[in-house]
Design a protein around this ligand. Sequence first.
Ligand SMILES: [Zn+2]
Length: 174
Amino acid sequence: MQRADAAAPAGGSGGPGIKGTYVLDIEVCQELTVNVGRQGPHRFRRGHYYYVGSARAGIRARVQRHLGHRRRLFWHVDYLLAAAGVRVQTIWVGGLHPGECQVAHSLAAEVGLMEPVARFGAGDCGCPTHLFRVHSGTKRAAAMLAGLGLSACTPGMFAAGVQEDQEHTRDVDG
Ligand SMILES: [Zn+2]
């Protein structure tokens, strides 16, 4: 038994295996420029970024993809995650409500706390972006996500499954 299911947090609406909205707290350790597919270069400053996504097939599988070895870069955020000195620090996990676009709108409304990164990860909805740079004050930002009903998970909660994915070497996107 290698599965990490037993490590899922008990109770509450947030568990890594559920379907719904997630927010990646991404730490960029050094200033860098990332080529994001056809969008071209995006410049990232040092600090924390929040990326809002959703996974209908389950957050666990999606986050494992984001954290694991990628043979091709599919989502905008994968280009950022593939860069050196970039790591996911926390995965905030929620349910189907609020949806990813509602969470993105809530973050966008936090002027002074969140700075939007234009046209990122929002290709199939009307949002200006699903990626935000967190101004100093990550505690306030974290409290905000908790207030939206999301709960914090560590990357370690997804780690055992990443090993399994690599063994099977199957592309979940087909
Ligand atoms: Zn959206």
